[in-house]
Design a protein around this ligand. Structure first.
Ligand code: SF4
Length: 211
């Protein structure tokens, strides 16, 4: 990963690696992010999402993540989520998935869609046969609004996210773009139209609600 991307410091001793919401098992494998979204709870001093404290004392090992999954068959879905960008640990994530794949009904990554930018190659083929679904944070209908809310570290990030979605369509069967309703300047209808034009799904999100 390029050092120019922001790396959040982890300090608290306790940690929640796995948590269950709506019959799905969510996995918190890093607190690092490529973006620094202004609306993100952690950049507003809040590390708790729906009563789960998601601040990590250390990034969990593959064995710790697998232990946090428990029995994959118990869940409707396994979701690599946050509070951070899971693909910043892509190789760990794929290692874990390869070990639980045969027992998991569905595996999804909630992502900023910037993995190709970070790894400087197309990583979407790595996901083939392992990842069932991607929820990609579109967040805005254009680069200016995206940059205002997500504060990317380098120019061209919005376009890189859209390019990743185009690449991933060939390797991940179910892709959904998301945007948060109510953020200033965000046009939900225009966001949905972008998803439609890309031939992927769209979901309107509510701020601070994990999904
Ligand atoms: S990508 Fe998600 S976790 Fe990272 S800063 Fe943005 S909202 Fe927060």
């Amino acid at each position: 990963m390029s050092h120019q991307f922001f790396i959040a410091k982890n300090a608290a001793p306790e940690q929640t690696v796995g948590y269950t919401l709506r019959e799905s098992r969510y996995l918190n494998i890093t607190n690092r992010c490529t973006l620094r979204c202004a609306f993100c709870p952690k950049f507003n001093g809040l590390w708790t999402v729906q009563d789960y404290s998601l601040r990590l004392a250390h990034e969990p090992t593959p064995a710790e993540i697998i232990a946090a999954v428990g029995n994959p068959e118990d869940y409707r879905e396994i979701v690599f989520c946050g509070l951070g960008e899971p693909t910043l640990r892509l190789y760990t994530l794929l290692d874990v998935v390869s070990q639980i794949r045969s027992r998991a009904r569905r595996i999804r990554i909630n992502t900023d869609g910037l993995a190709n930018l970070v790894y400087e190659r197309d990583v979407a083929p790595d996901m083939e046969g392992l990842i069932d679904a991607l929820s990609v944070s579109l967040n805005a209908q254009d680069a200016a609004i995206y940059e205002f809310h997500c504060r990317p570290p380098v120019p061209g990030t919005y376009e890189a996210m859209l390019d990743f979605v185009k690449c991933a369509r060939d390797f991940v069967p179910d892709i959904t773009l998301t945007a948060i309703d109510g953020l200033p300047g965000v046009d939900i209808n225009a966001c949905e139209k972008i998803a439609r034009q890309l031939g992927v799904g769209f979901r309107q999100r509510v701020l601070d609600e994990v999904g």
